[in-house]
Design a protein. Structure first.
Length: 145
């Protein structure tokens, strides 16, 4: 049951990320949009790992499975959010940005990538942690001993 649950979570995360990527890249030129599939792949893989590990932890009867599930989902959501915002920021800058002339503008352009990734990490983790709590509580109820 661990792999099917992980696969379900991975596909759900991938679908939500696909919807967000489609919305965020609607203004990009057609050639740049396929490059935005990287966050979807990250979402499917991290969702698979988070869902499988949460289900395995609940089935093993370990302590605090709901909190573990929330933490695993928060990490998966954070990684997905960081990949999403960093790639969308890069695509928009590559498509519409101009090369800055002075040094301060160059430093600001380079600094925007890690800042966007940190914002995505925080937003993705905050959005996925409650889903992890719900999934962990449901799994604990499903595998009650």
């Amino acid at each position: 049951m661990t792999f099917p649950f992980g696969l379900l979570i991975g596909f759900l995360m991938g679908d939500l990320t696909w919807q967000g990527t489609e919305w965020a890249t609607a203004n990009l030129p057609g050639g740049a949009r396929p490059l935005a599939l990287l966050p979807v792949a990250v979402a499917v893989l991290t969702g698979l790992l988070a869902g499988s590990s949460a289900c395995r932890r609940v089935r093993a009867g370990a302590s605090h499975p709901v909190l573990f599930s929330a933490l695993a989902f928060a990490v998966a959501g954070g990684l997905t959010g960081a990949a999403l915002l960093a790639s969308v920021t890069g695509l928009y800058i590559a498509s519409y940005g101009v090369s800055p002339a002075d040094t301060i503008a160059q430093v600001a352009t380079v600094a925007v990538y890690p800042l966007a990734a940190l914002l995505g990490l925080a937003a993705g983790g905050a959005a996925a942690a409650p889903a992890g709590l719900v999934a962990g509580a449901g799994l604990r109820r499903l595998y009650a001993r």
